[in-house]
Design a protein around this ligand. Structure first.
Ligand code: GLY
Length: 326
């Protein structure tokens, strides 16, 4: 394996070889959440605490309809939440999937990592664990999300669905949006942590789990090589092991740009498959390497991410490299 297959090509956003606190998030995250995370980092907070802090803020934001409270429900009107947390120093990870009725799935995921010799808890087991650790309960279906689901379901009242499969496929014909919260944090020690949290695809079949809860698919983090997180169509990220694959390419000496473009090309190939049931036909990947180079890669133009380094007063917004532009 060549030590530098990209012949020294490096990402343009390099600022320093000294560990520089960096926060990298998807473009939908409010600036104030990122700024408050950077203030914590500058006061010495760990990457893990800051990643959790930002993810919790987004989970509480009722305007964000694909994460936490206010997230779009499944086809039966239930909000089911997926989240994962990974520590790049130890490769320890925790995740929950299809969790109902708790305010902060990301904190439950982190506690799975901290308290159990497991990585992933689902459904009733995840809820039992959340209850046992004293996680805060909340009805996660906001009035706005309930009204949107009721309005959508009412379109099928004249011809009632024969099964939940039938109902789900019909509801998915008219998607309402699909996103996720991704955060990658590097602290002043050069330590990386990642947090991903989502309500998943709107109107999904009950029990559907996306990439956000799957370590290696939507979330992967290793201090030695870098970190990657995904948003968009989780099934594509699962089928390509997208996040772990991107970090593994960097491990074997490929630059961040090559890793991001390679994985985005694989994702685009899957997304190009004709499947009339798939309406969210994009994936965006966020990447950072061990030196602090960062970037975003997407399967279509017009998808953004935000970055704040310790040098910046405010986050800056960047368009992810679309593989059609690569
Ligand atoms: N990427 C989030 C999901 O597919 O659930």
């Amino acid at each position: 394996m060549p030590s530098d297959p990209d012949h020294g090509q490096r990402w343009a956003h390099e600022r320093s070889h000294v560990p520089l606190p960096i926060i990298l998030v998807n473009g939908e995250v409010r600036d104030e959440f990122i700024v408050s995370g950077m203030q914590l980092l500058l006061r010495g907070a760990s990457a893990g605490d800051v990643a959790e802090h930002i993810a919790r803020a987004v989970e509480d934001d009722p305007e964000e309809h694909t994460v936490g409270y206010g997230g779009w429900p499944n086809s039966l009107g239930e909000v089911e939440l997926d989240a994962s947390f990974m520590d790049g120093a130890t490769l320890r990870a925790g995740a929950v999937a299809a969790l109902k009725g708790f305010r902060h799935p990301i904190s439950v995921a982190r506690q799975v990592m901290a308290r159990l010799p497991h990585v992933l808890l689902v459904g009733e087991g995840a809820a039992r664990f959340a209850e046992e650790i004293g996680a805060e309960r909340r009805d996660m279906l906001s009035p706005e999300a309930r009204a949107a689901w009721q309005a959508h379901a009412a379109r099928f009242a004249d011809a009632p669905a024969e099964s939940v499969i039938d109902l789900t496929l019909r509801m998915l014909e008219q998607p309402i949006g699909h996103d996720t919260m991704n955060v990658i944090v590097r602290d002043a020690n050069g330590h990386l942590c990642t947090a991903v949290t989502t309500s998943g695809i709107a109107w999904k079949y009950p029990g559907r789990v996306g990439d956000s809860a799957i370590i290696g698919a939507g979330n992967y983090c290793d201090d030695r090589y870098g970190a990657a997180t995904c948003m968009g169509l989780g099934e594509a990220a699962i089928r390509t092991c997208a996040a772990a694959q991107a970090v593994t390419l960097m491990r074997f000496g490929y630059s961040l740009e090559t890793a991001g473009q390679q994985v985005a090309q694989q994702l685009a190939a899957l997304l190009g498959e004709a499947d009339h049931r798939v309406h969210t036909n994009w994936v965006r990947l966020l990447l950072i390497d061990a030196q602090g180079h960062f970037g975003g890669f997407a399967t279509r133009p017009g998808l953004h991410f935000k970055v704040q380094t310790a040098h910046d007063q405010w986050p800056t917004t960047h368009e992810a490299v679309s593989i059609t532009q690569a």
